[in-house]
Write a protein of this length. Sequence first.
Length: 131
Amino acid sequence: MTLKDLHIASTDKSPDIFLHADGMIRIKGRGLAINRTELTDKVLDWIDAYLENPAEITYVIFAFEYLNSFSTTIFVMALKRLSQVLLKSKKLKISWYYEEDDEDIVERGEYIASALHIPIDFIVTKRESGI
């Protein structure tokens, strides 16, 4: 069975999520989840299916306006799973976009990088940037 791309539109509490079978994953917006939802499971299930035949390079782009503790936990789970591509001799490239003065978002990204022992490229953006 061929893996289909998955798009989950943003809400006032969740980011816009694009999961492309060609290895491009983009998550942008606000992460205000307070509990695990059906959408969380949908994303994790998609990642599990993707890992059966991942692209040579998996690109993950994060561009958060806000990210609470619970949402951070969810994205740690997702990245932990995605890091399994490295065990298949594939590459994982993670880009973490943040606004120049947003220290909280940078700290969350640094926490994730150190907790999972994976490199993350931190990239400064301007507020009007359309990542």
